[in-house]
Design a protein around this ligand. Structure first.
Ligand code: XUL
Ligand code: CO
Length: 437
């Protein structure tokens, strides 16, 4: 049974092709800086958006039919989603997928039965993985949709809800290990607050950290040796979320001694919601040794919420891949946490959306490699600090001075010149010339 019979395996045909079902820039075997595009770009399909998301929003119902020939809410539907998902990934040449527990099955109010269903479906997914070579990037537990999580999961005021969260994490870790996932994600959708009038921040943070600590202990005990990730997001659904941005999440992890087991999963649209650029969040994670994985998507700066659009902005994907290349290699991958627009409601749209996203990142990779090979941008940033390479500057760099000595030194200076120009416009012009020249 084929769900995407209008396409075969998507091929690279180059930018001049008029074929909508062909890659224009993503050429998996093409080498960039010594590695193939496929190695540089470990793309992942998000199970929830691609196989479950049907375009509903708070003003209207579904516009996209993802029944895949089965009755919704049945295990048969879950199985057909597996078939459709694997056919999709194979045809697009996507090597990884990410999932939440509840993406995989119709969830009911009975843990034992949900777990049985998860065992059944994951047996089938595992079989498909063995047949196709497709791998699991990361797993996670959805601890935000069910009404019991209305006050949070690890941050809930209810100890019973806290235990339900623990039960879901335990099972999601079992599944992640079973499917050989490289990582395990905590996205704290409802770990935050709407008003401080009813909230004890300190107690909630302690509880979240303890839940994470127990999760690490359990994960390690069942052989999970991948990375745990926090995925920062400042708001939505809560007014304030504790994993506000990369710097906040890193502070939290260090504060609670979780930084050895955790890295960050940075998402483009979450960065801009926090008032940062995507590049800022990636750099902040990277300089702390915590850039683990990336949810690649794109927001709309005119809107104040998470639109999870497929990435089309090549300047942004270039700066993202520039950060990734500087790190070397991600322990995780590039997960399309993205959905087609509500009015892009056909299966053809799904395919074209992934082609767009993969091409955008192929261009980003090619451009980032050009920036690095050209060297002018890196050189400038390095030379900008050259006053710290000799004399008093070198001694500051080597942490070999006292404040008094610096004050004496400053007094001997006849005049304090402005430091050298930052040359932003010049650098932006160089970037344009390298990208479009
Ligand atoms: C929500 C979001 C999630 C996480 C996984 O904004 O990004 O889909 O990626 O729970
Ligand atoms: Co995400």
């Amino acid at each position: 049974m084929s769900y995407f019979d209008f396409i075969g395996k998507i091929q690279y045909e180059g930018a001049k092709t008029k074929n909508p079902f062909a890659f224009k820039f993503y050429n998996p075997d093409q080498k960039v800086l010594g590695k193939t595009m496929r190695q540089h770009l470990p793309f992942s399909m998000a199970w929830w958006h691609n196989l479950c998301g049907e375009g509903g929003d708070i003003f209207g119902n579904s516009t996209i039919n993802k029944s895949f020939g089965a009755k919704k809410g049945t295990m048969e539907h879950s199985f057909s989603k597996v078939d459709a998902g694997f056919e999709f990934m194979q045809k697009l040449g996507i090597d990884y997928f990410c999932f939440h527990d509840v993406d995989l099955i119709p969830e009911i109010a009975n843990f034992a039965e949900n777990n049985r269903r998860l065992d059944e479906i994951s047996d089938y997914i595992l079989k498909k993985m063995q047949e196709t070579g497709i791998k699991c990037l990361w797993g996670t537990a959805n601890m935000f949709s069910n009404p019991r999580f209305m006050n949070g999961a690890g941050s809930s005021n209810s100890a019973d809800v806290y235990c339900c969260a623990a039960a879901q994490i335990k099972k999601a870790l079992d599944l992640t290990v079973k499917l050989g996932g490289k990582g395990y994600v905590f996205w704290g959708g409802r770990e935050g607050y709407d008003t401080l009038l009813n909230t004890d921040i300190k107690f909630e943070l302690d509880n979240i950290a303890y839940l994470m600590k127990m999760s690490v202990e359990y994960g390690r005990s069942i052989g999970f040796n991948g990375d745990f990730y926090i995925e920062p997001k400042p708001k939505e659904p809560m007014k304030h979320q504790y994993d506000f941005d990369a710097a906040t999440a890193i502070g939290f992890l260090r504060n609670y001694g979780l930084d050895k087991d955790f890295k960050l999963n940075i998402e483009a649209n979450h960065a801009t919601l926090a008032g940062h650029s995507f590049q800022h969040e990636l750099r902040t994670a990277a300089i702390n040794g915590m850039l683990g994985s990336i949810d690649i998507n794109q927001g709309d700066l005119l809107l104040g919420w998470d639109t999870d659009e497929f990435p089309a902005n090549v300047y942004e994907s270039t700066l993202c891949m520039y950060e990734v290349l500087r790190v070397g290699e991600l322990s995780g991958g590039l997960n399309f946490d993205a959905k087609t627009r509500r009015s892009s409601n056909t299966l053809e749209d799904m395919v074209e959306a992934y082609i767009l996203g993969m091409d955008t990142f192929a261009l980003g990779l090619i451009n980032a490699a050009k920036l690095i090979e050209d060297g002018r941008i890196d050189d400038f940033a390095e030379k900008r600090y050259s006053s710290f390479s000799e004399g008093i500057g070198l001694r500051i760099r080597e942490k070999d001075v006292k404040l008094q000595e610096l004050a004496d030194y400053a007094q001997r200076l006849n005049l304090v010149d402005s430091p050298s120009s930052g040359k932003q416009e010049s650098l932006e012009s160089i970037v344009n010339a390298i990208l479009f020249g």
